[in-house]
Design a protein around this ligand. Structure first.
Ligand SMILES: Cc1cc2nc3c(=O)[nH]c(=O)nc-3n(C[C@H](O)[C@H](O)[C@H](O)COP(=O)(O)OP(=O)(O)OC[C@H]3O[C@@H](n4cnc5c(N)ncnc54)[C@H](O)[C@@H]3O)c2cc1C
Length: 425
């Protein structure tokens, strides 16, 4: 079905409406659209198709093998342009003189992750939705307010029209309007840090290594892009981020080089620089009657572990799994309760862990920083701990949704697992 503001809501009652067509929302719509369910996707905007002639977007995310499996199930992975995807089969985390190394082959994986442009992921999901034709696009509309009516939720849109739904999914990002309308409060932590992102050229090309160092200013990651470049994600105090993104390019390259050290040699060039303020936000409840929160609407996390989008995709898959036996008109309370229990525990564990690591490494107490270093060395020796950590980071441990745990398609030679139409990593 062609998306467009002219979409006419013939009957106003939907089984599922997802508000927010970012990656988490579009993926939820794709996975929830099974059987005879009537599913709608509401967003004010339509994601743009990436321009093959233009450089890779600075907004990239590291996607785990579990998330790749979810994108395959949603039909989006084969629609991504492989020529614009970076991949890594090795990871190194450095703190002071300590480091931990991970290799995909040690954990039965072909890759530890992929670096994808977020707008391209969104567009591929929308293309998959259009191709499957099971979801109605309510595009060009913004949710203005909502209420409930006879066991259904009623959404009032900004053009004065309204739609009703049996199940509502809030995927409208960190500032979620749905969450606010539902009266769900959040716990918020302002880090007073911003993440600087840019694509860097280095003397030595990056060949498949995700590299991270805890610098004095904050965690700095260099993630592999096609052509040997690296995507920089460096979380630093907000004032420093403003200076580094608006200041002279040479000064920027020198400062990053001084912080990153010799691993890739000198930094010889950069793309456009951007920065994002960092806020940790956790909704006090992931559900309300007839409502589930997914993605950034449920929580936002520090980017040091590159898990925000991975958590959102896992939310989408977990919700679809809990609603698998659900028929329109059936009870939503029990599957919502199970979803809430599941995603509250795994999401909070990860978000809390990421937050704790950031606090530990940013501590001004040298003893605490040292402790973090010692912990890293110990985990270097404790193989079961490292394996468990790697499987969790891969989004494929026992707590992950079923479709995320599908065996590595590269290992099984499944063609669906290959991105196209580019050559692929
Ligand atoms: C610097 C940085 C680096 C990151 N790196 C990684 C990484 O390496 N790996 C990773 O997994 N994650 C990473 N993330 C996190 C990731 O980018 C986000 O978690 C993810 O993009 C959020 O997706 P979402 O679909 O939940 O929300 P969004 O992308 O915010 O989508 C929300 C959608 O809702 C729509 N909307 C909002 N309000 C309304 C309304 N009232 N009515 C209708 N529609 C509405 C918007 O138009 C939008 O399309 C990073 C984030 C930052 C800042």
């Amino acid at each position: 079905m062609e998306p467009g503001p002219e979409a006419d809501f013939v009957s106003r009652l939907f089984d599922v409406i997802v508000v927010g067509g970012g990656a988490a929302g579009a993926c939820t719509a794709a996975l929830m659209a099974t059987g005879s369910r009537r599913v709608g996707l509401l967003d004010i905007r339509t994601p743009q198709r990436p321009d093959a002639e233009k450089d890779i977007d600075p907004r990239v995310a590291a996607i785990s093998p579990g998330s790749r499996n979810i994108l395959i199930a949603a039909g989006a992975w084969p629609l991504l342009d492989g020529k614009r995807i970076g991949s890594y089969d090795r990871m190194r985390v450095v703190s002071g003189r300590h480091s931990i190394d991970f290799r995909a082959s040690d954990h039965g994986l072909s890759q530890l992750g992929w670096i994808l442009e977020i707008p391209a992921v969104e567009r591929a999901l929308w293309d998959a939705l259009e191709a499957r034709g099971q979801v109605e696009f309510l595009t060009g509309h913004r949710l203005a307010s909502m209420g409930s009516r006879a066991g259904e939720l009623r959404l009032h849109l900004d053009d004065g029209s309204r739609v009703d739904t049996r199940l509502l999914v809030a995927a409208d990002g960190g500032q979620s309007r749905v969450r606010r309308e539902a009266g769900i409060e959040t716990d918020t932590w302002h880090y007073n840090q911003s993440a600087i992102v840019a694509h860097l050229e280095t003397e030595q090309p990056n060949q498949g290594l995700a590299w991270q160092r805890f610098t004095d200013s904050g965690p700095l990651a260099l993630l592999p892009l096609p052509g040997g470049r690296s995507s920089l994600v460096w979380s630093v105090p907000a004032q420093m981020a403003a200076e580094l993104t608006s200041g002279a390019e040479e000064q920027f390259l020198e400062t990053v080089y001084a912080a990153a050290g010799e691993s890739f040699g000198r930094i010889t060039g950069t793309s456009r620089r951007m920065s994002f303020p960092l806020v940790r936000r956790q909704a006090r409840s992931l559900t309300a009657p007839g409502l589930a929160l997914v993605g950034d609407a449920a929580r936002t996390v520090h980017p040091l572990a590159g898990q925000g989008l991975n958590l959102g995709l896992a939310d989408a898959a977990a919700l679809a799994e809990e609603f698998e036996p659900w028929r329109p008109g059936g009870d939503t309370a029990a599957p919502l309760q199970r979803y809430k229990r599941w995603r509250t525990s795994s999401g909070s564990l990860l978000a809390g862990g990421i937050h704790g690591i950031n606090e530990l490494f940013n501590s001004s107490l040298p003893g605490l920083k040292n402790l973090a270093g010692v912990g890293m060395t110990l985990s270097g020796f404790a193989w079961p701990v490292r394996d468990a950590f790697a499987r969790r980071a891969a989004g494929m441990d026992g707590d992950s949704p079923r479709i995320a745990r599908t065996p590595d398609p590269e290992a099984t030679g499944d063609v669906e697992g290959k991105p196209g139409p580019g050559t692929g990593p």
